[in-house]
Design a protein around this ligand. Structure first.
Ligand code: ARG
Ligand code: ZN
Length: 475
């Protein structure tokens, strides 16, 4: 609050005047307040996330118009109001959020207009007064613009991907900034709520639970609540299409599937067969990793494609079809990747290796090749195969989703199982999720836990599997 000087006494009573800022300001424009950095310091994505802020909640109110009928270009129109509750974690004169390709028209901090500028990936917000370390504020950003089909560092579609009849929204690793202002790094998890308005007839499938839908003047607003669970921004989605929603319960978990009514055969049939297995899969992975960690699950299957599937939290996203192995993989990510997130993107093998190993265990469970047979096949891959030249413990931004990260990552886990034995290995799986649920953890954390659980020195083992660009021979 402002402080006042007793300025004068008059017959009218006490007259108060503000203390001039230069004389008695708290110092919140002073030298101890400095700008938050433009990134959290992740070497793969230097501008991802931001310094000095910790987001607690994103409330995203969006209005979306999909592309006009073909042959119009695949461009949509998005307008948004993002209300972001965040805490300053340093004395900040200003702070950044990540936002790319959309134009901001107004920013308020605690109800007062703030000044702002936009650079390529950064929205820079300067509040009227600096923010003290520990201060909670509400930041409201009004923004909008044209949506297209963004590409990630490897050339894959990601972010808000405009489709013929809606959008497929898949942010990994740094694509959340293509549709909302965000502290876009898995080390800053937050809760989310969504209110998305689309032309009547289209369906919005976001994270969490559907709480309401209402139609007015040809626009249907879909309210989704993901405020029970912490979520990394790259796992947020608000995909839009000609979906059929169906609700059920599996292993005590509410399941909401959104399957595109326009799927063709045999994809529609195969998808239905896969989704019928959700309960078995949930129970199977609970047996490995412990209780399912979120309030809900479900799948979005779009008749359009981003050429991959994504473990969007509580609502996995599939292109064209949900096949059984991929569905098992994405569900496994709920525990490994979503509940426990990578500390740095160089730790991506912890996501993909574990989810791939989960997929392999499911295949064995269903009477297919055993995990051992799949491991043996991997080890028969010729020594000069590109699979062996990637150091999966730090593969580089261009190789984050390379086959090696998935297969050598899974092989690392199977080899670890052979090395420390089944009891310790499955204890480790549970303890990994139990200890780091709701947080982010690193490869070093994993190595330390494996040594703790097994009581063995595993330095050489992990050097060979994660940090050597050759096919492992002696470990
Ligand atoms: N995490 C996804 C999966 O393996 C793959 C995401 C690929 N993303 C990308 N931007 N290339 O289930
Ligand atoms: Zn995966």
């Amino acid at each position: 609050g402002a402080r006042y000087l007793l300025a004068a006494l008059s017959t009218a009573g006490l007259v108060l005047a503000p203390i001039p800022a230069s004389a008695a300001d708290d110092g919140d424009h002073g030298p101890r307040f400095s700008p938050g950095s433009a990134g959290v310091g992740d070497p793969y994505f230097p501008l991802a996330g931001n310094g000095g802020i910790d987001v607690e909640h994103y409330d995203l109110e969006l209005r979306y118009t999909p592309p006009a009928a073909e042959p119009a270009p695949l461009e949509g129109h998005l307008e948004g109001t993002a209300t972001i509750d965040l805490e300053a974690t340093e004395d900040l004169s200003r702070f950044n959020l990540d936002l790319r390709g959309l134009t901001v028209t107004e920013v308020e901090v605690d109800g007062r207009r703030a000044t702002f500028t936009q650079q390529e990936n950064e929205l820079v917000v300067t509040p009227r007064r600096g923010l003290r370390d520990g201060k909670d504020v509400e930041v409201v950003v009004e923004y909008g613009g044209t949506t297209g089909r963004p590409l990630d560092a490897t050339g894959a579609l990601y972010g808000w991907v405009t489709t013929r009849d809606g959008a497929m929204v898949a942010n990994e690793p740094d694509g959340a900034a293509t549709w909302f202002p965000v502290n876009d790094h898995p080390t800053d998890k937050a809760t989310f709520t969504f209110a998305v308005a689309v032309p009547e007839g289209l369906v919005v499938a976001a994270n969490g639970l559907l709480v309401d839908r209402s139609t007015e003047d040809g626009l249907t607003t879909w309210l989704w609540d993901a405020s029970e669970d912490l979520m990394a921004p790259y796992l947020a989605t608000a995909s839009i299409g000609n979906y059929r929603l169906s609700t059920s319960t599996a292993a005590g978990v509410p399941v909401i599937d959104a399957v595109d009514a326009d799927l063709t055969e045999p994809n529609a049939r195969q998808t239905a067969a896969t989704l019928a297995l959700t309960e078995d899969m949930l129970e199977f992975f609970e047996g490995i990793f412990g209780d399912y960690p979120f309030v809900a699950y479900g799948s979005i299957v779009d008749d359009d494609s981003v050429d991959y599937a994504l473990e969007t939290q509580t609502r996995s996203l599939f292109s064209l079809v949900a096949d059984e192995a991929t569905a098992a993989h994405e569900l496994a990510h709920s525990w490994v990747g979503n509940a426990v997130s990578p500390e740095r993107w160089s730790d991506i093998w912890l996501n993909e290796g574990w989810a791939t190993y989960g997929e392999q265990l499911w295949t064995e469970h269903r009477g297919g090749r055993t995990a051992q047979q799949q491991f043996d096949a991997l080890m028969r891959t010729p020594a000069n195969d590109p699979l062996w030249t990637v150091r999966v413990g730090d593969p580089g931004a261009a190789n984050m989703f390379a086959g090696a990260v998935y297969l050598r990552g899974a092989g690392t886990l199977h080899a670890l199982r052979l090395r420390i034995g089944d009891d310790d290995f499955f204890d480790l799986a549970r303890e990994w999720v139990g200890r780091y649920d709701g947080a982010a953890a690193s490869t070093a954390d994993f190595e330390a836990l494996a040594e703790e659980v097994s009581g063995e020195d595993l330095d050489h083992f992990f050097d060979v599997w994660l940090r050597t660009a050759t096919r492992p021979a002696n470990w």
